[in-house]
Design a protein around this ligand. Structure first.
Ligand code: IPM
Ligand code: MG
Length: 356
């Protein structure tokens, strides 16, 4: 197969980790007789520096014309003071919205080799951690009106959190369908004791529920969910939730698996063209030092092969290679443990290639 992949290296450690993922993709292409071509896209801080805005239209158009998009990470202290529309994060939000990627899938899965790196007690970790946060990605407070005005001599800031039924229904379906492919448990996480949007979520979910009679459906308030994720994460299979709750809970979920550096994510809309990225940020503190963990990005590339290109065997080969590298005790600094061997970002790339 020929596939055109838009590549956003981004800022901070982005270029380093994406470089390793591309080496892996090239090796897969060679082994399985595919041809991957890469179109470089500027987004984030580097685009602000070059073009004056975080996602110029021509760059978005390259993504829309691609078969899928691979992203490293964007942002950094250099661009932090800038106004809302000129921040790297705005590029990411515009990309998600511009591509219509409403369904963000963030797996929280413990690699048994990294069990010691989890901050949770061994007795909790031993029960297993394997769940997915299905996060709504282009609605809610991220995309409602934001404003700051002066009222009675003081500033008042407002962020609006709108959700319409069709937005809830399409992500709700993804939640049920994801559960059907797994252990058939779905938990809708919300704040229905306070928010109207949450009450509408529940009403729409109740409407969908009869279509998925095999799914064991439950509901939980987000504050309790935050607590349950560290108390007993083994209770979760699929969590479906709105944009900001998903942002927060997915960071918590990744941390308990040992390292945020290991976790990939997919963002999809109606078509097969998706956005694949590690869930961590641009880690400016270690940028340019060849220290970053490229595994999250390598696994994101594997997700792209599986979900956008239907290349299940190729994706499984990458996951198996990563598993063997971890078995051999190779670790980057973020998940380094006693008795393991510390490797660089490129060293980790080399090791995965060697296992392929
Ligand atoms: C994420 C990030 C983004 C988000 C930021 C960078 C805008 O935290 O992908 O989780 O909040 O969605
Ligand atoms: Mg986040």
């Amino acid at each position: 197969m020929n596939k055109n992949i838009a590549v956003i290296r981004g800022d901070g450690i982005g270029p380093e980790i994406v470089g390793q993922a591309i080496r892996v993709l090239d090796k897969i292409a060679q082994q399985y007789g595919h041809s991957f071509t890469y179109t470089e896209v500027d987004m984030g801080g580097c685009a602000i520096d070059k073009w004056g805005e975080p996602l110029p239209k021509a760059q978005l158009d390259k993504c829309l014309a691609s078969d899928s998009v691979l992203l490293g990470a964007v942002g950094g202290p250099k661009w932090e003071g800038m106004e809302g529309s000129k921040r790297p994060e705005k590029g990411l939000l515009s990309l998600r919205a511009g591509m219509g990627l409403y369904a963000n899938n963030r797996p929280a899965k413990l690699w048994p080799q990294l069990a010691d790196a989890s901050p949770l007690k061994p007795s909790i970790v031993a029960k297993g951690i394997d769940f997915i946060v299905v996060r709504e990605l282009i609605g809610g407070v991220y995309f409602g009106e934001h404003k700051t005005e002066v009222v009675n001599g003081e500033k008042v800031a407002t962020d609006v959190m709108p959700y319409s039924e069709h937005e809830i229904e399409r992500i709700g379906r993804i939640g049920f369908e994801t559960a059907m492919k797994r252990r058939k448990k779905l938990c809708c996480v919300d704040k229905a004791n306070v928010l109207d949007t949450s009450r509408l979520w529940r009403a729409v979910m109740h409407r969908l529920q009869p279509e998925y009679p095999e799914v064991e459906y439950s509901e939980m308030f987000v504050d309790n969910a935050a607590m349950q994720i560290c108390k007993d994460p083994s209770q979760f299979d699929v969590i479906v939730t709105e944009n900001m709750f998903g942002d927060i809970l997915s960071d918590e979920a990744s941390m308990i698996t040992g390292s945020i550096g290991m976790i990939p994510s997919s963002s999809l809309g109606e078509g097969t063209c998706g956005l694949y990225e590690p869930i961590h940020g641009s880690a400016p503190d270690i940028a340019g030092q060849n220290k970053a963990n490229p595994i999250g990005t390598i696994l994101a590339a594997a997700m792209m092969l599986k979900y956008s290109f239907d290349m299940d065997a190729e994706a499984a080969a990458i996951e198996a290679a990563v598993n063997r590298v971890l078995d051999k005790g190779l670790r980057t600094g973020d998940c380094m443990a006693e008795g393991c061997t510390l490797v660089t970002c490129t060293g980790m790339g080399d090791a995965v290639l060697a296992e392929l």
